[in-house]
Design a protein around this ligand. Sequence first.
Ligand code: URA
Length: 229
Amino acid sequence: MTPVKKDDSLSFLKALKEDGVEHIYMPGKEKNVIRSQADSKPVKDDILRLRDKVLKCRLCAELARTRQKVVFGAGNIHAKLVFVGEAPGADEDQQGLPFVGRAGQLLTKIIEAMGLSREQVFICNVLKCRPPNNRPPAPDEVVNCRPYLKRQIELIRPKVIVALGNHAAKALLQTERGISEMRGTFQEYEGIPVMCTYHPAYLLRSPGEKRKVWEDMKKVIQLLERSEE
Ligand code: URA
């Protein structure tokens, strides 16, 4: 996929078309993608308290020793849509922000094709620290970190969660079912619909699968629209 500047909407649309995206979602002005700000202060305080705790976490000795930065997550704490990835990679570890490397750039394009921006959604990972050499999260690391993800979702209270890849789907749903089996279907986490889809890093290796992810995102858009009716 041709890299595009965020503000260059024409070339962005062209790049999407080249990748097989036929329709993009154009939200009407009346659509409110973020929740009312009425309850914003308590949520913000709680999120900041949680963030302080996560930034100091040393439950996983190896990760605490090898990390550069803890990656808490970023975006809108009142978002209706939360994306959950696997764990920070090298770029995320350096910047302390989720999905800022190559896979992150593709995730940004997916979000923008949905008619949204990164500032309107919340993006986080199952693990908040980078596993050395990008190895998969160890089961005990997922157990240590899962309460942080749980609390993030409790506070944000999104209408829909998108689980990006096998590790996110398994950690959220506590299942042994693989991503290929669950992809394209809504599962449930604490009463919230979870769309399981392929991880953007997998799409970089298998670009032919992008169309399936786009089909999944259309289902997410439909559900978000229905939640506003
Ligand atoms: N892959 C992930 O799962 N998360 C990130 O933040 C970056 C890459």
